[in-house]
Design a protein around this ligand. Structure first.
Ligand code: PRP
Ligand code: URA
Length: 209
Protein backbone atom coordinates (compact mmCIF):
# COMPACT_ATOMS: atom_id res chain seq x y z
CA UNK A 1 0.00 0.00 0.00
CA UNK A 2 1.27 3.45 -0.92
CA UNK A 3 1.42 6.41 1.39
CA UNK A 4 -1.44 8.81 1.83
CA UNK A 5 -0.40 12.28 3.02
CA UNK A 6 -3.00 14.69 4.31
CA UNK A 7 -1.94 18.32 4.68
CA UNK A 8 -2.24 19.78 8.15
CA UNK A 9 -1.34 23.45 7.93
CA UNK A 10 -3.22 26.55 9.08
CA UNK A 11 -2.95 28.24 5.67
CA UNK A 12 -4.41 25.19 3.93
CA UNK A 13 -7.22 24.86 6.50
CA UNK A 14 -8.10 28.54 6.11
CA UNK A 15 -8.11 28.49 2.32
CA UNK A 16 -10.11 25.24 2.26
CA UNK A 17 -12.79 26.75 4.48
CA UNK A 18 -13.31 29.59 2.00
CA UNK A 19 -13.10 27.21 -0.97
CA UNK A 20 -15.89 25.01 0.40
CA UNK A 21 -18.27 27.92 1.03
CA UNK A 22 -21.12 27.88 -1.50
CA UNK A 23 -21.07 31.70 -1.60
CA UNK A 24 -17.42 31.98 -2.66
CA UNK A 25 -17.19 33.65 -6.09
CA UNK A 26 -15.79 31.94 -9.17
CA UNK A 27 -12.84 34.34 -9.16
CA UNK A 28 -11.94 33.62 -5.56
CA UNK A 29 -12.56 29.88 -5.95
CA UNK A 30 -10.18 29.74 -8.91
CA UNK A 31 -7.50 31.67 -7.03
CA UNK A 32 -7.81 29.45 -3.98
CA UNK A 33 -7.54 26.21 -5.98
CA UNK A 34 -4.25 27.53 -7.35
CA UNK A 35 -2.97 28.69 -3.96
CA UNK A 36 -3.78 25.38 -2.27
CA UNK A 37 -2.15 23.49 -5.16
CA UNK A 38 1.01 25.56 -4.63
CA UNK A 39 1.11 24.73 -0.93
CA UNK A 40 0.48 21.05 -1.68
CA UNK A 41 3.22 21.06 -4.31
CA UNK A 42 5.68 22.23 -1.66
CA UNK A 43 4.83 19.11 0.39
CA UNK A 44 4.57 16.66 -2.52
CA UNK A 45 8.03 17.59 -3.82
CA UNK A 46 9.67 17.19 -0.42
CA UNK A 47 11.42 13.92 -1.35
CA UNK A 48 12.86 15.00 -4.69
CA UNK A 49 16.54 14.10 -4.83
CA UNK A 50 19.12 16.86 -4.57
CA UNK A 51 22.83 17.17 -5.39
CA UNK A 52 25.44 19.11 -3.45
CA UNK A 53 26.81 22.13 -5.28
CA UNK A 54 29.30 24.81 -4.33
CA UNK A 55 28.23 28.32 -5.22
CA UNK A 56 30.52 31.36 -5.18
CA UNK A 57 28.72 34.17 -3.40
CA UNK A 58 30.20 37.70 -3.50
CA UNK A 59 31.77 36.83 -0.12
CA UNK A 60 32.90 33.16 -0.24
CA UNK A 61 31.80 29.62 -1.16
CA UNK A 62 28.39 28.39 -0.03
CA UNK A 63 27.68 24.67 0.15
CA UNK A 64 24.24 24.34 -1.38
CA UNK A 65 21.80 21.76 -2.71
CA UNK A 66 20.01 21.80 -6.03
CA UNK A 67 17.45 19.46 -7.58
CA UNK A 68 19.25 16.44 -8.99
CA UNK A 69 18.06 17.06 -12.53
CA UNK A 70 15.11 14.72 -12.14
CA UNK A 71 12.67 15.25 -14.96
CA UNK A 72 9.20 16.20 -13.78
CA UNK A 73 5.81 16.43 -15.41
CA UNK A 74 2.47 17.79 -14.26
CA UNK A 75 -0.62 16.09 -15.68
CA UNK A 76 -3.95 17.75 -14.89
CA UNK A 77 -7.12 15.73 -15.31
CA UNK A 78 -9.37 18.04 -17.36
CA UNK A 79 -11.19 20.13 -16.67
CA UNK A 80 -10.82 20.88 -13.01
CA UNK A 81 -7.18 19.81 -12.73
CA UNK A 82 -6.23 22.76 -14.93
CA UNK A 83 -6.90 25.04 -11.97
CA UNK A 84 -3.96 23.51 -10.10
CA UNK A 85 -1.32 23.80 -12.83
CA UNK A 86 -0.17 27.44 -12.88
CA UNK A 87 0.86 27.67 -9.23
CA UNK A 88 2.71 24.36 -9.50
CA UNK A 89 4.57 25.50 -12.61
CA UNK A 90 5.54 28.65 -10.73
CA UNK A 91 7.39 26.40 -8.26
CA UNK A 92 8.78 23.83 -10.74
CA UNK A 93 9.13 25.84 -13.95
CA UNK A 94 11.06 23.16 -15.87
CA UNK A 95 8.23 20.61 -15.52
CA UNK A 96 6.54 19.56 -18.74
CA UNK A 97 2.77 19.42 -18.85
CA UNK A 98 0.50 16.67 -20.19
CA UNK A 99 -3.28 16.72 -20.35
CA UNK A 100 -5.77 13.91 -19.79
CA UNK A 101 -9.41 14.75 -20.51
CA UNK A 102 -11.95 12.70 -18.57
CA UNK A 103 -15.51 13.38 -17.53
CA UNK A 104 -17.76 11.31 -15.31
CA UNK A 105 -20.80 9.83 -16.97
CA UNK A 106 -23.68 11.32 -14.96
CA UNK A 107 -25.53 7.98 -14.79
CA UNK A 108 -22.75 5.45 -14.21
CA UNK A 109 -20.23 7.87 -12.59
CA UNK A 110 -17.57 6.06 -14.65
CA UNK A 111 -14.87 8.18 -16.34
CA UNK A 112 -15.12 8.76 -20.09
CA UNK A 113 -11.91 9.76 -21.87
CA UNK A 114 -12.07 12.53 -24.47
CA UNK A 115 -8.53 13.91 -24.78
CA UNK A 116 -4.94 12.99 -24.11
CA UNK A 117 -1.69 14.73 -24.98
CA UNK A 118 1.47 13.82 -23.10
CA UNK A 119 5.13 14.86 -23.43
CA UNK A 120 7.00 12.36 -25.67
CA UNK A 121 9.36 11.41 -22.87
CA UNK A 122 6.66 11.08 -20.19
CA UNK A 123 7.87 7.56 -19.36
CA UNK A 124 11.17 9.00 -18.08
CA UNK A 125 9.56 11.61 -15.86
CA UNK A 126 8.26 11.74 -12.33
CA UNK A 127 4.62 12.63 -12.87
CA UNK A 128 2.33 14.67 -10.63
CA UNK A 129 -1.29 13.93 -11.56
CA UNK A 130 -3.49 16.77 -10.33
CA UNK A 131 -7.25 17.01 -9.86
CA UNK A 132 -9.10 18.86 -7.09
CA UNK A 133 -11.50 15.97 -6.37
CA UNK A 134 -10.96 12.27 -5.59
CA UNK A 135 -14.50 10.90 -5.32
CA UNK A 136 -15.05 7.31 -6.51
CA UNK A 137 -11.43 7.29 -7.67
CA UNK A 138 -12.48 6.23 -11.17
CA UNK A 139 -10.95 9.25 -12.91
CA UNK A 140 -7.68 9.03 -10.98
CA UNK A 141 -7.37 5.29 -11.65
CA UNK A 142 -8.08 5.75 -15.37
CA UNK A 143 -5.49 8.55 -15.62
CA UNK A 144 -2.85 6.52 -13.79
CA UNK A 145 -3.63 3.42 -15.92
CA UNK A 146 -3.09 5.54 -19.00
CA UNK A 147 0.19 6.99 -17.75
CA UNK A 148 1.48 3.52 -16.87
CA UNK A 149 0.58 2.34 -20.39
CA UNK A 150 2.88 5.17 -21.56
CA UNK A 151 5.73 3.82 -19.44
CA UNK A 152 5.42 6.02 -16.35
CA UNK A 153 6.86 4.39 -13.25
CA UNK A 154 6.96 7.26 -10.77
CA UNK A 155 3.53 8.77 -10.27
CA UNK A 156 2.26 10.98 -7.46
CA UNK A 157 -1.44 11.83 -7.16
CA UNK A 158 -2.48 15.24 -5.81
CA UNK A 159 -6.09 15.99 -4.89
CA UNK A 160 -7.45 18.84 -2.81
CA UNK A 161 -10.41 16.91 -1.35
CA UNK A 162 -10.75 13.14 -1.21
CA UNK A 163 -12.91 10.63 0.61
CA UNK A 164 -12.26 7.15 2.02
CA UNK A 165 -13.92 5.39 -0.96
CA UNK A 166 -11.69 7.10 -3.54
CA UNK A 167 -8.49 6.74 -1.56
CA UNK A 168 -9.14 3.03 -1.04
CA UNK A 169 -9.94 2.49 -4.72
CA UNK A 170 -6.75 4.23 -5.90
CA UNK A 171 -4.67 2.39 -3.34
CA UNK A 172 -6.12 -0.95 -4.43
CA UNK A 173 -5.63 -0.31 -8.14
CA UNK A 174 -2.27 1.45 -7.83
CA UNK A 175 -0.58 0.59 -4.54
CA UNK A 176 2.68 2.14 -5.76
CA UNK A 177 1.20 5.64 -6.16
CA UNK A 178 1.48 8.08 -3.24
CA UNK A 179 -1.57 10.29 -2.73
CA UNK A 180 -1.37 13.86 -1.38
CA UNK A 181 -4.57 15.49 -0.18
CA UNK A 182 -5.50 18.76 1.50
CA UNK A 183 -8.49 17.11 3.21
CA UNK A 184 -10.24 13.75 3.53
CA UNK A 185 -14.00 14.14 3.83
CA UNK A 186 -16.63 11.85 5.25
CA UNK A 187 -18.21 9.95 2.36
CA UNK A 188 -19.84 9.99 -1.08
CA UNK A 189 -23.52 10.75 -1.55
CA UNK A 190 -25.90 8.86 -3.88
CA UNK A 191 -24.69 10.97 -6.84
CA UNK A 192 -21.07 10.13 -6.03
CA UNK A 193 -20.37 13.68 -4.82
CA UNK A 194 -18.08 14.16 -1.84
CA UNK A 195 -19.84 15.06 1.43
CA UNK A 196 -19.41 17.79 2.59
CA UNK A 197 -16.93 18.51 -0.25
CA UNK A 198 -17.27 21.69 -2.25
CA UNK A 199 -19.71 20.75 -5.01
CA UNK A 200 -18.63 20.38 -8.63
CA UNK A 201 -15.05 21.59 -8.85
CA UNK A 202 -15.06 22.07 -12.63
CA UNK A 203 -18.24 24.13 -12.58
CA UNK A 204 -16.97 26.27 -9.71
CA UNK A 205 -13.57 26.93 -11.36
CA UNK A 206 -14.98 27.72 -14.77
CA UNK A 207 -18.31 29.26 -13.70
CA UNK A 208 -20.34 26.88 -15.83
CA UNK A 209 -23.26 26.55 -13.40
C1 PRP B 1 -14.62 15.69 -11.44
C2 PRP B 1 -13.28 15.88 -10.78
C3 PRP B 1 -12.59 14.57 -11.05
C4 PRP B 1 -13.73 13.60 -10.97
C5 PRP B 1 -13.67 12.89 -9.64
O1 PRP B 1 -14.54 15.86 -12.79
O2 PRP B 1 -12.57 16.98 -11.28
O3 PRP B 1 -11.96 14.49 -12.31
O4 PRP B 1 -14.94 14.35 -11.07
O5 PRP B 1 -14.64 11.91 -9.56
P1 PRP B 1 -14.27 10.36 -9.49
O6 PRP B 1 -13.21 10.22 -8.47
O7 PRP B 1 -15.57 9.75 -9.08
O8 PRP B 1 -13.84 9.91 -10.85
P2 PRP B 1 -15.84 15.80 -13.73
O9 PRP B 1 -16.05 14.40 -14.19
O10 PRP B 1 -16.99 16.46 -13.04
O11 PRP B 1 -15.38 16.59 -15.00
P3 PRP B 1 -15.02 18.15 -15.18
O12 PRP B 1 -13.68 18.37 -14.51
O13 PRP B 1 -14.93 18.28 -16.64
O14 PRP B 1 -16.10 18.98 -14.56
N1 URA C 1 -16.46 15.69 -8.80
C1 URA C 1 -16.61 16.92 -8.22
O1 URA C 1 -16.32 17.94 -8.86
N2 URA C 1 -17.07 16.98 -6.97
C2 URA C 1 -17.39 15.88 -6.26
O2 URA C 1 -17.81 16.01 -5.10
C3 URA C 1 -17.24 14.64 -6.87
C4 URA C 1 -16.77 14.56 -8.14
Amino acid sequence: MANVFVMDHPLVHHKLAILRNKDTSVKEFRELVGEIAGLMCYEATRNLPTVDVDVETPISTAHCKMLAGKKLAIVPILRAGLGMVDNMVALIPSAKIGHIGLYRDPETHKPVEYYCKLPDDIGNREVFVVDPMLATGGSAIAAIDFLKQHGCKNIIMMNIIGCPEGIEAVNKAHPDVDVYLAAVDEKLNEHAYIVPGLGDAGDRIFGTK
